[in-house]
Every structure is written in structure tokens, then in C-alpha cells.
Write a protein that binds this ligand. Structure first.
Ligand code: ZN
Length: 346
């Protein structure tokens, strides 16, 4: 029997809420078309109480097309509340979709994508290992030629590649390409429901693994995650170069204190601590890009060169085959599976 159920009536939602309210932690993931970006649409809100004792807790796939925002209000209240804790993996687009289009800010959020980065230090990953992960997004030669420019630049994992790296087992992936246009069609296809449920199983699996290995300092991670998921104050536009990349934005894992002076980056437009910039960058406000935005510009520049030059080697050209297709968890799952080891443009 399937471990998930579609909640597409008010009474099914009520029954799900009873289970969700009694949990300390719930897994949360949204599906949709261009989810979270400008002009995007929400299809499903997938939620499941996390239980480290029960093997397969129920997964509720809440239909945000069949149920309007008024009917969804009790679920939105649960998301706004600090408890239960919402466990997400790269919750930026989920937050953008729910907060900016549905008025449902997510509070009490724990983002496992950040815990994954932290686990690298805890597992003793060297500086060399950190730089190695940047390739092939960035060319090895570029990183190796100026390693100090990349010292605070971390490559993000997607959910799939994170689970793989940590040896988390899950149900097999669906065969064949997944059609993301199907998210807004009703009735939802069985493979769409299975796809959404599988993401929740992966999320719960990674959470259990990180708990077991003590990779999460929940107190710090809650603060960092809240800042991370609410990084942007409006749904980003598609192809926003400085938002659509697989690098960890700065000043997230080390949150600045309230006394620190902040300066704006001309790339991502965030106000960041002075350590986020090179000395030259600090002197020249018009060219002041943070380390991450500098890395993104280098990657963009190389991509343009590659676009002009057919002779570059094949392994490197694969790097760009899906770049900029879309934001968030739509193109990004296939993107990961096929090419990158990161299931997002983020
Ligand atoms: Zn920047």
C-alpha cells in the first residue's frame, strides 16, 4: 500500500492536520511549475510527520489547486508557527512561493542543505576537498590558479546527490523523463504523486541520517535556515545569474553580529560583512562583488567563451547543458540526475 495520500478535500486536510500538529518535526516540500519564481504556480504541498521510530510515517500531498488559500489557512498557520519544526532541503523556493504568493511565511525551519555543508567540516573534509567540489561548475584551472578567492565558496548538493553521498537509501527513481508541466494538470498522474512522495522519503531519510551522526546543532541551524530560506524579499526572476547558481550564499553559516558593518554586493545586492569581499572589491564600490558573485561571474564568462568555441573538451561542455533552464525544484531534479550532482540552479 502506498505510504502517501492526496489531500484534496477539506476533510482529508483536517485529518492530516491532526497528525501533523502532534509531531515535533515535519518534512516539507512543495511542487509546482516554476515554483517560487516570478510567475510560478503551486501544485502540491507535501508534508509528513517525521518519526525516527516509525518506518514509514504517512505522507500527505496537499492539493493546492483543489483547495483554495482559505481552506489551506490552518495548514498555513502551522507553517507560520515555530512548532512543529519544518524540515526542508533548500527551502528558498518553497518559502518564496508560500510567503510571497500565499502569505504563508515558514517559521521554525531546518534546512538540511546547510547541515550537509556543515557535515563536510565535521567529516574532516580538507580545503582541497572543498575546492574540488567546485569543479566542474568552475574549471579546475581557474580554482587552482587562485584558491584564496574560493576559500569561502561552497558548492551546494541537491537532495538526491546529498542522499547518495551520505548513503541514505530510498525507493528507486522513476523511469524515464519526468514531465514538469504535469504539475498543474488535474487529476494528478500517479507518477507525479510518487515523485512528490519520494522527495519526502529522501528528506526524512537524510534527516534521520544527520540525526544519527550528530551533524545538526539544531539551535544554530534554525537561525541559519531562517535566514537562508528568506534570502530574497520577492520571487526571483528566471535566469537571475546571481541567484540561480549552485553555490552557498555568504554570511549564512556564519551569521553576522548586529554590530558588524555591512556593505552591498553589486551582484546579489545583499548587504554582507566585509570578509565577503576582496580588498580591491571593498575599495571600488561600483565593482564590489562578493566571493560567490565573483565565482558566478567567472563561470558566466567561461560559459560565454565556451559558447563561442566548439572545441572545448566534452566533459567541460556538459557542465552547461541545463544551466538556467528554470529555478527551483522543477528542472532541477532532472538536472541533477543527468549532469551535475546538484539538483538546482541555486
Ligand atoms: Zn554577491
Amino acid at each position: 500500500m502506498a505510504d502517501f495520500s492526496l489531500c484534496d478535500t477539506p476533510s482529508k486536510l483536517d485529518a492530516a492536520l491532526v497528525e501533523l500538529r502532534s509531531a515535533t518535526h515535519i518534512a516539507l516540500d512543495c511542487e509546482g511549475q516554476n515554483l517560487g519564481q516570478e510567475g510560478g504556480k503551486l501544485s502540491l504541498i507535501s508534508v509528513s510527520p517525521i518519526s525516527l521510530k516509525k518506518d514509514s510515517p504517512p505522507i500527505f500531498l496537499v492539493d493546492a489547486v483543489a483547495l483554495d488559500d482559505r481552506t489551506l489557512a490552518p495548514l498555513f498557520d502551522l507553517l507560520r508557527s515555530n512548532k512543529p519544526i519544518k524540515v526542508v532541503f533548500d527551502g528558498r523556493m518553497d518559502y518564496s512561493e508560500l510567503a510571497y504568493r500565499h502569505g504563508a511565511q515558514i517559521n521554525g525551519v531546518l534546512d538540511l542543505q546547510l547541515a550537509d555543508i556543515r557535515s563536510r567540516t565535521l567529516r574532516g573534509e580538507s580545503r582541497e576537498g572543498q575546492l574540488k567540489r567546485l569543479s566542474p561548475y568552475l574549471h579546475r584551472g581557474q580554482v587552482g590558479g587562485q584558491p584564496s578567492a574560493y576559500a569561502s565558496v561552497h558548492r551546494l548538493n541537491g537532495l538526491e546527490s546529498c542522499a547518495r553521498e551520505h548513503g541514505v537509501r530510498t525507493t528507486p527513481k522513476l523511469d524515464g523523463p519526468f514531465i514538469h508541466d504535469n504539475w498543474m494538470k488535474r487529476p494528478l498522474r500517479d507518477d507525479s504523486l510518487e515523485y512528490a512522495a519520494r522527495d519526502i522519503r529522501l528528506l526524512a531519510g537524510v534527516y534521520a541520517c544527520f540525526q544519527e551522526k550528530s551533524y545538526m546543532d539544531e539551535c544554530d541551524l534554525l537561525l541559519q535556515s531562517q535566514k537562508y530560506v528568506s534570502l530574497w524579499d520577492a520571487p526571483p526572476r528566471s535566469h537571475d545569474t546571481y541567484k540561480s547558481h549552485p553555490l552557498l550564499p555568504l554570511d549564512i553559516l556564519q551569521l553576522p553580529s548586529s554590530r558588524e558593518a555591512l556593505v552591498e554586493c553589486v551582484g546579489c545586492k545583499r548587504r554582507l560583512t566585509t570578509q565577503s569581499f576582496s580588498k580591491t572589491g571593498l575599495r571600488l564600490p561600483s565593482k564590489r562583488r562578493c566571493w560567490v558573485c565573483l565565482a558566478v561571474s567567472v563561470q558566466q564568462h567561461t560559459k560565454q567563451q565556451w559558447d563561442r568555441d566548439d572545441d572545448l573538451d566534452c566533459e567541460y561542455s556538459d557542465e552547461y547543458s541545463g544551466f538556467g533552464d528554470s529555478y527551483g525544484n522543477d528542472s532541477y531534479h532532472d538536472f541533477d540526475r543527468d549532469n551535475y550532482g546538484y539538483d538546482g540552479d541555486w
